[in-house]
Write a protein that binds this ligand. Structure first.
Ligand code: ADP
Length: 471
């Protein structure tokens, strides 16, 4: 035992990495509880933690060496031997300091080493903090030892499940020359700036393309709108002119005819007959001239949206005034006119001239519809009545009536189915009637029926007119 002690002490002096060596004698059944400590180095050390390892030692086959890590011995590994001779069994436990063992290797610049045994990190040496940017490259390598070492005579292998993580740091200037490194950095910077610039230019040109596209579309739309607006204006002016011509043609041709007839009569020389004829002609001329000015006023009102002030208007007398104006045309077209007027004329608060424009327009439309139809017994009926709070005028004809399509657009300005129509009559009439809170509606009943409904005005009419029949 003395020799063993001297040997161990000598070895520990030679190899300072060997920290502890304990020798135990075991009973024949290897029960670690009855292990007797024969020697321990250093001598004054408690062997509690070493005894805790004994169950592992007795489990290893006799005559084998084993190396492993243990949580109670950080930074160290333990080599154990289980031996026997004829009479006794022994356990030897040796604790080796890894840092001490690797010391000669770990000079400045040597690799960083992590040494794990099993899952246990045994040691980490030369570890360096990694900064965010470094002129150094970290090269990592992991080595795992293969078979656990269980052969008694094999002491060259590593401990069981040993893992070495080796990482070496290489300085960048070791890869490049200094000039090369500067050139590399310069080129990289230029490349980054160039890529950024190209990207920026690309984005800019796409944005420009997009706004250019939008501007082109907007310009095209504006051009189209302008053209349409211009076309609409040209159309409206054209239609207006056509309408004025159409409306004025008739009174002007009457004025012309009657003036020519008067001239002829003057040339023939019968004084009495001339005077009488001239009086009648002049009266008719004045009437036609008034009508022409009424038409012009109506067109002007439509254009400038001028509204005349309402007044208490006897509807029957206004209707009769218009009938008188239109009678020659009614006769010329072979139309029979029936006046079915309420005995007591309805009165409404509406400008007389404007109301007459409405009635004139409805009768003119009826005449036009009948002249275009193949109806043999052409008839227009004008009826007035009072229904509760409403004064009603109904103008109907037995022409071809109103188609679905026409009914839908009748009151829209410039809607017309006539070659020389202006399409303003009904829209203007509706506007006049609605301005005094009335309505103008259209329907079909053996032809077209137009109904003007005005709020009744409760004042005594100037004269009571009875149902009359004209033409
Ligand atoms: P215009 O007489 O210039 O056409 P209006 O606004 O007075 O304009 O009438 C619009 C259209 O309504 C007419 O072109 C015609 O198609 C239709 N219309 C009006 N009155 C009648 C009617 N009594 N019978 C059939 N169609 C009518």
């Amino acid at each position: 035992m003395k020799i063993f002690g001297a040997l161990v002490q000598h070895t520990m002096e030679q190899y300072p990495r060997i920290r502890i060596v304990n020798l135990y004698e075991l009973p024949k059944d290897d029960n670690p509880l009855y292990a007797r400590r024969m020697a321990n180095f250093p001598a004054d050390r408690s062997d509690m933690s070493i005894r805790a390892i004994l169950p592992k030692v007795v489990n290893q086959p006799h005559g084998t060496l084993r190396a492993f890590a243990d949580g109670n011995f950080p930074g160290q590994y333990i080599t154990t031997a289980h031996a026997e001779n004829a009479n006794f069994h022994y356990a030897i436990v040796m604790v080796v300091d890894v840092a001490e063992m690797l010391k000669p290797l770990l000079q400045d610049g040597s690799p960083k080493i992590e040494w794990d045994i099993g899952d246990m990190p045994i040691i980490q040496l030369n570890g360096r903090q990694n900064s965010a940017f470094s002129f150094e490259l970290q090269l990592d390598r992991t080595i795992v030892s293969s078979t656990p070492n269980i052969m008694p005579d094999d002491s060259t292998r590593f401990s069981e499940k040993t893992v070495f993580h080796l990482s070496e740091t290489v300085k960048l200037y070791e890869l490049f020359s200094l000039i090369g490194f500067i050139v590399y950095c310069g080129l990289s910077t230029i490349a980054v700036v160039a890529s950024y610039y190209a990207l920026h230019q690309h984005k800019l040109s796409r944005r420009l393309q997009r706004s250019e596209g939008k501007a082109l579309k907007r310009a095209a739309r504006l051009e189209k709108e302008t053209r349409l607006e211009h076309a609409a204006r040209v159309n409206a002016v054209g239609e207006l002119a056509a309408g004025i011509i159409h409306e004025l043609a008739q009174p002007l041709s009457s004025l012309l005819n009657q003036s020519q007839a008067s001239l002829k009569s003057l040339e023939e020389g019968d004084d009495m007959a001339q005077t009488d004829f001239l009086r009648r002609t002049m009266t008719a001329n004045i009437r036609e001239a008034k009508r022409a000015s009424l038409i012009l006023g109506r067109i002007r009102d439509y254009i400038v949206y001028k509204s005349a002030s309402p007044e208490a208007t006897e509807l029957n007398s206004s209707i009769l005034d218009i009938v008188e104006i239109l009678n020659p045309e009614i006769k010329r077209q072979g139309v029979s006119l029936t006046l079915d007027l309420a005995e007591l004329s309805p009165v409404a608060s509406i400008n007389k001239i404007e109301f007459e424009q409405v009635i004139h327009n409805l009768i003119r439309n009826a005449i036009d519809a009948l002249s275009a139809s193949h109806q043999t017994r052409k008839r227009i009926t004008i009826k007035t009545l009072v229904d509760q709070d409403t004064s009603i005028v109904r103008v109907s004809d037995n022409g071809s009536g109103l188609s679905e399509d026409t009914l839908g657009q009748l009151f829209q300005p410039f809607f017309t189915t006539k070659d020389s129509g202006m399409g303003l009559g009904l829209s203007l009439s509706q506007r006049i009637v609605e301005r005094v809170n009335g309505t103008l509606s259209a329907s079909n009943k053996n032809g077209a029926v137009f109904t003007v409904a005005l709020p009744k005005l409760d004042i005594a009419p100037m004269s009571a007119l009875s149902t009359a029949k004209a033409a």
